[in-house]
Design a protein around this ligand. Structure first.
Ligand code: NAD
Length: 735
């Protein structure tokens, strides 16, 4: 960490450069040193302006040091911390202060820039207030200065989405005063543009953002903020659905309209401190660090001296639901894609899907027509009927039907036709990577690359290591996943890997409860209220009841085979076939044919709104009768439904860690947050198990249900859970 002040006597400016690699985090120490530097620069009567600039190669600032958040001020009222003191010093300076923004200014970094009298930036710089993503709000004046500078609408969008703005857009709304010219060394370019700004005759030192008038509006300030949030399509969740930070942000933004800015700043600080101590923010901060930890080289086992193949040309085999989305994801990462299908019709369908998504991005302004033309041009994206056209690729991702014989055949042919360095990956949901790798002569270069549907949108990719997979190959995939702006979690090979294996336990118990008489719609409502984006039966409809049935049949066949060879035991396990019977008996496939656990009407919500279906209730009554089951009386309580849904999920996650399939609780949590919608504000299933349920309570609950349902292996507590409780140890770290 360093702060260096340099005075340019000819230009009569002081340039204060600050460095705290890697992200120039505004630690308490750095803030104190910077404040001293700003104060001392003002002592020199010859100085006409102060430029604040990051040290060479560093971003302006990634914000406050989040690790220091763990020691919040003890008083309920905000303590004035070093960041706020620095901001006061900068804003009250007697000469103009200019923030020179290189790379990015996020969170506290942007709050410092907002307190400067002027802001200039490099054309590639990003500016944002991402605090809501950590369950917080800007706590050093961001919510008070931003509306004064850019108006309510832009301020609400920035604070509530947490998404950064590119430099040019920031200039357009008045957040940045001037953008430097590209093509020059950043420091020199920023200095040049900053001097133009301070030499402008209109420029004075008393341009203090906090004293700007607040734009008036016919509505009251809170209503104004709510209206703009709605207009921007921002879903402001209720506090009990993870929305404490969103509600706090609205409250603080509205306070910017108070006549005395001090009162607004005080209120913002109080809300910030309240959120800092909240369980929701603690969980979100854990998720923030977990996401970075699981994809780090160290966590992936990379030493740093491996030579990693750069993935530039990708082959995708199978252009159905997954393949077309996977092709788009690689195009987004800047790779060239060659897609292989079996028939010209199937190829045309895949092309149509890809072009349709590009067209919709252009329509929604997410891509320019020129970008789209390059993105899906013949040079970048081609279709073929021949696997031979993949011979020169760096990576092939297979996404054909979930059929082991078909996949083995394709891998044999790929192995023969691709150059030896090509990495071969499968998007299988459940099949063994080792069995697929065994048909090739390059098992070290064979892995699972498990995307989630829709593959171009869902952020998670499970990279499944086989026994022989090389770490360098995992590293190469992790790098391309990062280019896609997705999250890579490396997992071990087992039935369903991490995500689906946990899903199987969860779904099994849900169906058993339905057999006993629980209403699927009530279960959905309870789990939606728990925080999932949709209930599990809606989710089954989206994924397709036929898909689930096929996967289940294949898994059963494999298990039967294993039990006949003495490797498994199926005989005593309790299971339900209610979902299979529902789809078999009445041709219900889910959302895709408008009939599943719910009915779907094309005229309502584009055919995606789940509507209760009385014929499902009739089916369930007949189903139970045919099995000689009578609905339980008294019915299940909410508590029992929630425990029997969530506990098997948590137990399976712990078993997965115990077996080394996942390396840590963070891996499991990231998989379930990004792949299955587990509420991030509950920290993911492992964090939830430890910090909300409590490991001892979880063990007691599992034992209670294991005793009641001895034929349900998903209630038998993981050995690791028993060990941890016995030793009084934890499963995940708080941060
Ligand atoms: P899909 O039925 O939509 O598509 C499969 C495609 O593969 C079809 O277009 C078919 O024409 C093509 N195909 C079949 N044989 C081929 C061959 N020999 N050469 C080239 N193409 C061939 O299936 P999907 O849902 O996209 O699933 C594909 C894989 O992804 C499966 O292994 C599945 O388990 C897995 N997966 C699916 C999902 C999902 O939600 N659908 C999610 C994750 C993983």
């Amino acid at each position: 960490m360093s702060v260096a002040a340099e005075v340019c006597p000819d230009k009569r400016v002081a340039i204060i450069r600050f460095s705290n690699p890697p992200v120039n985090a505004l630690s308490k120490k750095l803030c104190t040193r910077l404040k001293e530097a700003v104060a001392s620069a003002q002592q020199d009567a010859s100085i006409r302006a102060i430029l604040l600039m990051s040290g060479e190669g560093l971003p302006f600032s990634g914000g406050a040091d989040i690790k220091e958040f763990d020691n919040p001020p003890s008083r309920d009222n905000a303590e004035v911390g070093p960041l706020s003191l620095l901001i006061e010093e900068i804003e009250s300076a007697t000469v103009p202060t200019v923030a020179c923004i290189h790379k990015y200014a996020f969170g506290g970094g942007l709050e410092v820039a907002l307190a400067c009298h002027y802001r200039v930036s490099m054309p590639t710089a990003l500016l944002g207030l991402p605090e809501v993503k950590l369950g917080l709000i800007p706590g050093a004046g961001g919510t008070q200065r931003l509306p004064r500078l850019v108006g309510w609408e832009a301020a609400v969008r920035m604070v509530l989405t947490g998404d950064p703005l590119p430099s040019t857009e920031a200039h357009g709304i008045g957040l940045v005063d001037a953008v430097a010219k590209g093509g020059k060394e950043a420091g020199a370019a920023l200095q040049e543009v900053a001097l133009t700004v301070v030499n402008d005759p209109k420029t004075g030192c008393h341009r203090r953002t906090i004293n700007f008038p607040v734009p008036s509006n016919a509505l009251n300030p809170l209503e104004t903020c709510q209206t703009f949030a709605k207009k921007a399509g921002i879903k402001v969740e209720a506090s009990d659905r993870g929305g404490e930070a969103f509600q706090g942000a609205l409250e603080a933004l509205a306070a910017a309209a108070l006549p005395d800015p001090r009162r607004g700043l005080d209120l913002e600080a109080r809300v910030f401190n309240r959120l800092l101590r909240s369980e929701q923010s603690k969980a979100r901060r854990y998720v923030f660090f977990s996401e970075r930890r699981v994809a780090s080289d160290h966590h992936l086992g990379l030493r740093g001296d491996e030579s990693l193949v750069e993935i530039r040309h990708v082959g995708v085999v199978g252009g159905g639901t997954m393949g077309a989305g996977i092709a788009i994801a690689f195009l987004d990462a800047g790779a060239r894609v060659t897609l292989v299908e079996v028939t010209t019709e199937a190829l045309a369908r895949a092309h149509e899907v890809v072009q349709g998504i590009v067209a919709s991005r252009v329509r929604r302004g997410l891509m320019s027509a020129a970008q789209a033309a390059v993105w899906a041009s013949q040079r970048r994206f081609q279709g073929t009927l021949s696997l031979g056209d993949l011979s020169e690729t760096d990576l092939v991702v297979e996404a054909v039907f979930e059929d082991m014989a078909l996949k083995k055949d394709i891998f044999r042919r790929l192995d023969a036709q691709c150059r030896p360095s090509t990495i071969l990956a499968t998007n299988t949901s459940t099949l063994s990577i080792d069995d697929i790798a065994a048909v090739t002569r390059r098992p070290d270069r064979v892995l699972g690359m498990h995307f989630f549907s829709p593959a171009h949108m869902m952020r998670l990719v499970e990279v499944v290591r086989g026994q022989a997979s090389s770490t360098a190959v995992v590293g190469a995939l992790a790098a391309v996943i990062k280019r896609m702006k997705k999250v890579c979690v490396a997992v071990g090979n087992c039935d369903g890997f991490v995500g689906n294996r946990m899903l199987f336990s969860y779904q099994k118990e849900l169906q058993l409860m339905v057999e006993e008489g629980a209403d699927p719609y009530r279960i959905d409502k309870l789990l939606f209220d728990f925080g999932f984006p949709v209930g599990p039966f809606v989710m089954s409809d989206i994924a397709g009841l036929d898909v689930a049935r096929r996967i289940k049949q294949q898994r059963q066949q494999r298990k039967l085979k294993e039990s006949s060879t003495g490797r498994g035991n199926l005989s005593s396990e309790r299971d339900s076939d209610v979902a299979d019977k529902l789809s078999e008996s009445s041709g219900r496939l889910g959302q895709k044919n408008g009939r599943g656990w719910y009915r779907y009407d094309p005229a309502i919500g584009k055919g995606r709104t789940p509507l209760p279906d009385p014929s499902v209730q009739t089916f369930l009554e007949n189903f139970r009768r045919s099995k000689g089951l009578t609905p339980r009386n008294p019915p299940h309580t909410d508590k029992e439904i929630l425990e029997r849904s969530i506990f098997p999920l948590l137990n399976e996650g712990i078993k997965i860690i115990e077996e080394g399939i996942a390396k840590s609780g963070s891996d499991v949590d990231i998989v379930w947050i990004y792949g299955y919608g587990f509420p991030a504000w509950r920290g993911g299933p492992m964090y939830y198990a430890e910090h909300h349920v409590g490991l001892a309570n979880l063990l007691a609950g599992l034992n209670k249900y294991a005793q009641k349902y001895p034929c349900c292996s998903h209630f038998r507590p993981a050995g690791l859970l028993q060990d941890l409780v016995r030793k009084g140890q934890g499963l995940v770290a708080r941060l």
